[in-house]
Design a protein around this ligand. Structure first.
Ligand code: PHE
Length: 445
C-alpha cells in the first residue's frame, strides 16, 4: 500500500495550521492584556525561541524517525524498556480531551459568524449580556454549532492526510493569513496603532509576576501544539529527506507572527474605540464585538471576517488534536480510517456536550467540583498537566533515551554547529523549565 505523505508546503501549512489556533487569536491577546503587555510578550518570545523551538525539533524527530502513531513511534525508537516508553505516545489522549472544550468554543465562533452578519452589540454591557445568555441558558444554539464543528472535523479526518488534512490546510491557512493581514493593514492606518505597539513592546517589569512567567511558558507549549503528539503524528507523514529544522522554524515563525499580528490588531481596535486592553477570556466575544459596532457597517464585515478567520484557525488545530488517536487505532488495531475517525469524533462530541452543559445554569451545580466546572477542569488538566508532562517526556526521550548517534545522523547536518547547543538545551534547560512550570501550575511552588 502506498503511504500518503504531506508535500513540503503541505506539511508546513498543516503543522502551522495545528499551531495557529484559538491559542493565538483568542488566548494570547487576553493573557497579554492580563499580565500587562511588554514584559510578558518578551518572556513569551524568549520561551518560544529557547524552549519551544527545541522541543518542536525533538517532537518532529520522534515522528520522522518513528514513522507511525505516537505509541508505536516511541516503542520503535526506545532501545530498551519499550513497554514503558510507549506510554509517551498515549499523550495523544490529551488532544481528544482538549477537543472536549475546543469544539464547544468553535461552536460559539460559528454562532458569532452568523449573528455578526446582522447584529452587533451597541455596548460592552450589551455584548456581555449576549454572550452570557448564550453561555448560561442557550443549549439549543450551542448544541447545534457544536454538532456542526464535530461533523466538519470528523469529515476531514475521514478523508485522510492528503485529501483531508493537507487539502483543508492548503485552503484555510492562506485564507486566514489573508484576512488577518487585511485587517492588520487597516489597523495600521488608525491612530491607536502606536499605543498598541507601546503596550505590547514596552516592558513593564513590575507586572511580570512569577505567575505571568509560568503562564507565558505554558502558553508557548499550547500555542505551538507541543507535548501531545500532534506534531509527532504529522511528522510521521513528512517526506523523506525533509529538513526538520527548517520546517520547525517555519511553524514557530508563522505561529508567533500570527499571534503578534492578531494582538497588535486587536489592541489597536480596542484602544481606538475606547475599550481598554485587559478584558479576560471574553475579549473576543465581548469587548471586540462592541468595538466592531463602533466602526459602523465596516464593523459588520470585519466581525464576520474576523470570526471566519478564528473558526479556520480553530478547525485546522482541531484535526491535529484528534489525528494522533485516529492514527493510533489505524496503526495498532487495523481500524479503517472511517471507523477510527467516527469513533474519535463521537468521543469528543458526546463528552463535549457535558462540557457545554456544565456552563448552563440548570446543570452547572451538578457538573462543578472544587470551584471549577467540567469545562474548566478539562482545560486546566490538559494545559496545566498533560501538555507540559508530554513535553517533558519528549525532551527526555530524545535527549537521553534515543541513541545520540541516531539523533545526530538526522540533525547534525541540519543544525551544524548549533547541534550541541540544541542538544544541551533539550537535555537540561528544557526539562528543568518544564518541571518548574508544572509544579507551579499544580500549586506546589
Ligand atoms: N496550538 C493550538 C492553539 O493554539 C492548540 C493545540 C494544542 C493544538 C495542542 C494541537 C495540540 O490553539
Amino acid at each position: 500500500m502506498k503511504i500518503a505523505r504531506f508535500s513540503r508546503i503541505g506539511f508546513i501549512l498543516a503543522a502551522a495550521g495545528s499551531a495557529v489556533g484559538l491559542g493565538n487569536i483568542w488566548k494570547f491577546p487576553y493573557i497579554t492584556g492580563e499580565y500587562g503587555g511588554g514584559a510578558f510578550v518578551l518572556v513569551y518570545l524568549i520561551t518560544v525561541a529557547l524552549i519551544g523551538f527545541s522541543i518542536m525539533i525533538a517532537e518532529m524527530l520522534i515522528g520522522y524517525l518513528g514513522r507511525k502513531d505516537g505509541v508505536t513511534s516511541f516503542e520503535n525508537l526506545a532501545p530498551k524498556n519499550k513497554h514503558l516508553w510507549k506510554f509517551g505516545g498515549f499523550q495523544g489522549l490529551a488532544g481528544l480531551f482538549i477537543m472536549i472544550f475546543y469544539s464547544v468554543v468553535i461552536g460559539w465562533i460559528f454562532h458569532y459568524i452568523v449573528t455578526s452578519l446582522s447584529y452587533l452589540p451597541a455596548s460592552v454591557a450589551e455584548a456581555e449580556q449576549t454572550f452570557t445568555t448564550m453561555l448560561h441558558t442557550d443549549i439549543t444554539t450551542q448544541l447545534f454549532y457544536h454538532t456542526l464543528a464535530f461533523l466538519w472535523i470528523t469529515y476531514v479526518l475521514t478523508r485522510g492526510i492528503k485529501g483531508g488534512i493537507e487539502k483543508m490546510n492548503l485552503i484555510l491557512m492562506p485564507t486566514l493569513i489573508l484576512i488577518l493581514s487585511g485587517m492588520f493593514l487597516y489597523s495600521l492606518s488608525l491612530d491607536a496603532f502606536g499605543k498598541a505597539v507601546d503596550f505590547m513592546f514596552t516592558p513593564n517589569w513590575s507586572k511580570l509576576t512569577s505567575e505571568a512567567f509560568v503562564t507565558s511558558v505554558g502558553h508557548a507549549f499550547f500555542t505551538l501544539s507541543l507535548g501531545m503528539g500532534a506534531i509527532l503524528t504529522y511528522s510521521a507523514s513528512m517526506e523523506k529527506n525533509s529538513n526538520l529544522v527548517k520546517n520547525a522554524f517555519w511553524v514557530v515563525f508563522l505561529d508567533t507572527s500570527i499571534a503578534i499580528v492578531a494582538g497588535l490588531m486587536l489592541f489597536t481596535f480596542l484602544y481606538q474605540y475606547g475599550a481598554g486592553p485587559a478584558k479576560g477570556p471574553g475579549l473576543v466575544f465581548i469587548s471586540l464585538p462592541a468595538t466592531f459596532y463602533e466602526m459602523g457597517i465596516i464593523g459588520n464585515i470585519f466581525a464576520v471576517l474576523f470570526f471566519v478567520a478564528l473558526a479556520f484557525a480553530g478547525l485546522t488545530s482541531s484535526v491535529s488534536l484528534v489525528e494522533p488517536m485516529v492514527q493510533y487505532f489505524i496503526d495498532r488495531f487495523s481500524w479503517s480510517r472511517l471507523k477510527a475517525s467516527i469513533y474519535m469524533g463521537l468521543f469528543f462530541y458526546l463528552i463535549g456536550i457535558i462540557a457545554l452543559l456544565s456552563n448552563v445554569d440548570d446543570y452547572q451545580k451538578l457538573l462543578t467540583w472544587g470551584g471549577k466546572n467540567f469545562f474548566d477542569w478539562v482545560d486546566y488538566v490538559t494545559a496545566a498537566i498533560m501538555l507540559p508532562l508530554g513535553g517533558l517526556i519528549m525532551a527526555i526521550f530524545v535527549g537521553f533515551v534515543i541513541e545520540k548517534s541516531r539523533v545526530e545522523s538526522v540533525l547534525k547536518p541540519q543544525l551544524g554547529k548549533f547541534f550541541e547547543v540544541w542538544y544541551f538545551s533539550l537535555r537540561y534547560i528544557t526539562p528543568i523549565a518544564m518541571f518548574i512550570v508544572m509544579l507551579s501550575l499544580l500549586g506546589v511552588l
